[in-house]
Design a protein around this ligand. Sequence first.
Ligand code: ADP
Ligand code: MG
Length: 203
Amino acid sequence: MRPATQHALIAAMATTIIAHADELTALDQAIGDGDHGLNMRRGFEAVLSDVDALAGQPLRDALMNLGTILIMKVGGASGPLYGTLFMTLAKELPAEPTVTEAATALDKAITAVQARGKSEPGQKTMLDVLIPVQQVLARGGSDLLRRLPLVAEEAAQATVPMHAIRGRASFLGARSVGHMDPGARSSAVLVAAACSALEGACL
Ligand code: ADP
Ligand code: MG
């Protein structure tokens, strides 16, 4: 990937998470312990401070280092899970991925997150956004960079009526119903940021 594209991609994900930190925290206040925005902002501030170095590295190294930063800085349940996602993408993505290769790599990364979190789709977690996004990516077709953010947004909305089975929200049982999962929202925000940066780079 060109360093300018990689820079735009990483900076977009980091700045979007930082901009949505209060919203993510509010969602986690409703059904968790209220730290998801703080956790994610701390991690992505560290990513943003390294963005120039990360942009100049081969895609594999940049994603591996980004995942390591998230594991070290985010904490909570989401830090190791997002770290696993990016580190598996690092291992699986070729230097210049096609859409098909990106879909295959994301599938492997989701499988790794599921193994780490002992979680399945439908349990009101980030997986409920990542999996539908991967499925649409795998089907391919035109206008993916515009369609994927909409898929992610709808999928995050679809966690509202779900009953949490994994993570802290599961402690609330049925009272988790009626609120969007914070990790689903952060995943949707990351997908939207990545797509808009890549769309800008492709124009
Ligand atoms: P913590 O729950 O430790 O406070 P965060 O608030 O940072 O961590 O992250 C919470 C989010 O992490 C949840 O909204 C959910 O999307 C995700 N999550 C938690 N546990 C799991 C799991 N076992 N599998 C997948 N995602 C999970
Ligand atoms: Mg939390």
